[in-house]
Design a protein around this ligand. Structure first.
Ligand SMILES: NC(=O)c1ccc[n+]([C@@H]2O[C@H](COP(=O)([O-])OP(=O)(O)OC[C@H]3O[C@@H](n4cnc5c(N)ncnc54)[C@H](OP(=O)(O)O)[C@@H]3O)[C@@H](O)[C@H]2O)c1
Length: 256
């Protein structure tokens, strides 16, 4: 799509903060948002890997913020420097971690890191960037990447589901709370997408389990672009009447 056009699907002139920008879905969100004309702010832990993502862009309309987003004070101070005087039009929180853990192995200590990155970091960054100082008063869009595991179950996915379900539920209340500031909040719920996360998952370690997971997706496993396209839609003006929604993008996984 032509990023210079006046189509409501354009992100031209918009400043978008993307977490998880070093890998998988977040990396593709950077590429897709940039291709639609956005200035992108890449957030992640590894400067080298963020630079790799930035190197894939065909312009220099980006900045890099290196921070472990579970270290909130560090993230706030680095984001404040990184975004300088920019007004922020959108956030995609794509950073996240997953696990397969039976109930007998779940402890509060083991739950903590999953909530830290998947949920707490999402809320902390949203809290910062939706302040009047940063949020574009003409409108802003927040997109959390949850998972179908936030609305349906799978053996061993309780820990992950708890965190993604929290995002799914929180999206609605946050959308109501921020509506009067002209800020929309939505969640995208992917099925299995081909990224380093899914490549490292238990089901990818043997052919039978992988085929089974694949068969649960009637039109096949997802590509990062499939999720990034849903996210850029939720960021652009074409979706200006959509808030508090959980958009399932799963190749039919939850249709059965
Ligand atoms: N792939 C799937 O099948 C799938 C399905 C449903 C939902 N999702 C969700 O989609 C999102 C992206 O997943 P993915 O498949 O793209 O995974 P991925 O390739 O493993 O990428 C995860 C990203 O999260 C970042 N991250 C993790 N911990 C962080 C921390 N403490 N501080 C800053 N960044 C951190 C990683 O940065 P580093 O480079 O620093 O590690 C990386 O950029 C996740 O929320 C995931 O739960 C994925």
């Amino acid at each position: 799509m032509d990023s210079n056009s006046n189509t409501p699907f354009s992100l031209k002139g918009k400043n978008i903060v993307i977490t998880g920008a070093s890998s998988g879905i977040g990396k593709q969100c950077v590429i897709s948002a940039s291709a639609l004309g956005a200035f992108v702010i890449l957030v992640g832990r590894s400067e080298e890997r963020l630079k790799e993502t930035a190197g894939l862009l065909d312009n220099k309309n980006y900045s890099i913020v290196v921070s472990d987003i579970t270290h909130y004070d560090d993230t706030v101070s680095k984001l404040e420097i990184g975004i300088k005087n920019l007004k922020i039009d959108g956030i995609i929180h794509a950073a996240g971690i997953s696990t397969t853990l039976p109930l007998r192995n779940i402890t509060p200590e083991k739950l903590q890191p999953f909530f830290e990155i998947n949920v707490f970091a999402a809320i902390n960054i949203t809290k910062l960037l939706t302040k009047s100082k940063y949020a574009n008063p003409e409108g802003m869009s927040v997109v959390f990447i949850a998972s179908v595991m936030g609305v349906v179950g799978e053996l061993g996915k309780t820990t992950y589901s708890l965190t993604k379900g929290a995002l799914v539920a929180g999206t609605k209340s946050l959308a109501l709370e921020l509506a009067n500031k002209n800020i929309r909040v939505n969640c995208v719920l992917p099925g299995v997408v081909e990224t380093p996360m899914s490549a490292n998952a238990v089901y990818s370690q043997n052919e039978e389990a992988y085929s089974k997971i694949k068969s649960y997706h009637p039109i096949g496993l997802g590509k990062p672009e499939d999720v990034a396209n849903a996210c850029t839609f939720l960021l652009c003006n074409a979706s200006r009447w959509i808030t508090g929604t959980n958009l399932i993008v799963d190749g039919g996984y939850t249709a059965r």
